[in-house]
Structure formats: structure tokens, C-alpha cells
Design a protein around this ligand. Sequence first.
Ligand SMILES: NC(=O)c1ccc[n+]([C@@H]2O[C@H](COP(=O)([O-])OP(=O)(O)OC[C@H]3O[C@@H](n4cnc5c(N)ncnc54)[C@H](OP(=O)(O)O)[C@@H]3O)[C@@H](O)[C@H]2O)c1
Length: 345
Amino acid sequence: MAGTHSAAILPQKGSQLVIEKRTTPEPGPGEILIEVKAVALNPVDYYQRDFGLPPVPIYPAVVGSDAAGIVVKVGSGVISAPAPGNRVIALATSFYQDGSPDYGAFQKYALAQSEAVIALPDALSFEQGAIFPLAVMTALTAWTTVGIPLSTKHAPQDKQAALIWGGASSVGTFAIQSARSLGFTVYATASPKHHEYLKQLGAHAVFDYRDSDAVAQIVAAAKQDGVKLHTAHCVVNGALQQVLDVLKETKGDEPAKVAHSPVLPPDHPTLDNTEIKFNFPSMDKTIRDKHMHECFHGWLNGGLKSGSVVPSPNIQVEGGGLAGLNAALDKVRAGVSGVKIVVPI
Ligand SMILES: NC(=O)c1ccc[n+]([C@@H]2O[C@H](COP(=O)([O-])OP(=O)(O)OC[C@H]3O[C@@H](n4cnc5c(N)ncnc54)[C@H](OP(=O)(O)O)[C@@H]3O)[C@@H](O)[C@H]2O)c1
């Protein structure tokens, strides 16, 4: 396909996205070319636009990770990909492709690696499909980051519990859904208006993180429930001390594990016998590709088919297509509460 398409280009760090034409790429081995119908926005998108962080290796860049669309062309060597014409969910990110703009989601045609492309169920819209990729991968990678395989299936009598601090965030909602599917009893924190919703997603108990005694409330609940609470995912910034305060009281003499999704500050708090790791997939491509396949073709595809995984959190659709992305990113930067911003393209 030697055509061109419209893309929201990031010309340099700190500039606005601008709409330009780009040459539409051909999918290489193991890749799929997608016509993007909707994108979802993540905090990393405005970090990259406004601060160039994480580092953007190539300008002009095309940022964005979350897409839903239609398969246009499948590259060689792809096994079991949805055929051209099919609706798909795709993690389309230049981040794992040395910054190549062909792979960013914020354009009309994007490349994605087949490990991170699955069928979009008929019952879901493109807008719903777009909210899964990065949040699901981040939620699932948190488990493997602290040595918990995605095949884990605790039985109720194991009494294994997990704390998700930041349950109403986009990543947090999938942390809850995945914790539940791995068999953990889930304790989460969120603003009170989200508590019922997070229980519907699988949280056993939800606590208001603004309560001055939130830590004591969680510790008391875990003790009363008789669970082993040694595992946590700190999804949001600035909450690690509270997470450790909970674990200090609930882990006893056992080792504890914390996955931390925001970048860990060098002087972060610590706790005896507790592993605290920045949540990030392996930089070894072979290991990461296998993990991506497990996340998308395994957990997400299986969960969507069985109905055990649902789109979360609620969707806020913003208009304007590619030209609307700057304003929509400004809304993400201003802060969202229990919603994912999605832009039809
Ligand atoms: N490591 C990685 O690869 C990776 C990948 C993706 C994202 N991330 C990072 O993960 C974090 C979450 O991303 P996201 O897209 O899920 O964020 P998001 O949806 O934009 O998060 C917004 C939510 O955060 C909650 N929140 C804020 N401060 C809180 C606190 N102190 N305690 C509990 N909840 C709090 C709010 O909850 P309420 O509405 O209940 O008040 C709000 O709903 C970000 O820092 C992001 O950069 C990392």
C-alpha cells in the first residue's frame, strides 16, 4: 500500500500535536497494519508530548498506545491473526519499536506486533475496545514483575489477598479484575463514589484513601477476614508509604511484594523483608513478546470470550478526531476520576 494517511505528529518535545500526512507502512514479519477507529489516552501520552518522557528517540514522533480498529494487512509469519476486515484491539506503541513513528496509535493507520492484537468482540464498540491495551498489560505485568505468574489460581481456602492502591484508575480497575481472576481476595482504595463499581469488578472491600485512618481500616479488615495480605500493587503516585504501612501490619514474618506502576523515586520508602519493584515488562524482546502474547491472546482474549473481563473504567468520549487529541490530552493531564478518555478517529 503506497498511500499516505493522516497522523497526529509530535514535532518536538513540548510542542502540540499537529496533523500531517505520513506514508502508510507495510507490515513486516509478525506485524499487523490496522486502520485505527478509536484511541484511548494514557498519562504517558502527555508526559511524552509535554516533557519528552519517557525519552522519545525519534522526532517527529507519533505517540499513543491504545487502539481499536480494523485489520488492513497481515505481515508474514503471523500465526492466528484476525484476517483483514476484522475488528481488533491493539497495543500500538512505538515504545517497544525503538521509537519508530509507524507504530504509534495516534494516526489513521498504525502497525502493531501480532502478540498484542486480538479480536474485538462484536458486543463491544471500538471506543470500548480501545481502553484495554496499556492498562491491561500494565495490570498484568505488575504480577509477573513481583514473580506471580499469570497462571496463578489461588483457591479460596488459600486466603491469599492483594492490595490495589488506586483502584479507580484505569490500570487499577484491571489490577482488580486480574487479581480476582488469579484468586486473590482484593482490597482496594478509591474515592467513595467508585466503591460500588469496584466491588462489581471484583474488589472484596474498598476504602477511601483520603480517610486519615485508611491504613488502619484496611489492616483491621484483613485481620478480621483472616487473609494473608503480603502482595500489593501501588498504582498511583505518592501512595507507597501507606501501602507499606498496611503490609507492615499484615505480613507478619513473611516476605512481602509490591509492584509500583509510577516511576519509583530513588529515595522511596522501604520495608524490611519487602521487595518493591518498578512495574515494567522485560526489555528482552523474546521474553517481552511471550509475555505480551500471554497478556493479550491469553488473559484478555480468554476473559472477553468468557465474559469474566469487562471494559473498565467508564468511558468519556471526546470529539475532534486526530485534531481533538491535544484538548483530550489536556483533560488527562488535568486529572480524571474513574474514567478513561477515548477519541474516535
Ligand atoms: N509502569 C508502566 O508501564 C505504566 C503503564 C501505564 C501507566 N503507568 C502509571 O500508572 C499510573 C496510573 O495510570 P492510569 O492511566 O491508570 O491513571 P488514571 O486512570 O489517570 O488515574 C486516575 C485515578 O487515580 C486515582 N488516584 C489518584 N491519587 C490516588 C491516591 N493517592 N490513592 C488512590 N487513588 C488515587 C483517582 O482515584 P479516585 O477517582 O478514586 O479519586 C483517579 O481515578 C500513572 O502514574 C501512570 O503513569 C505506568
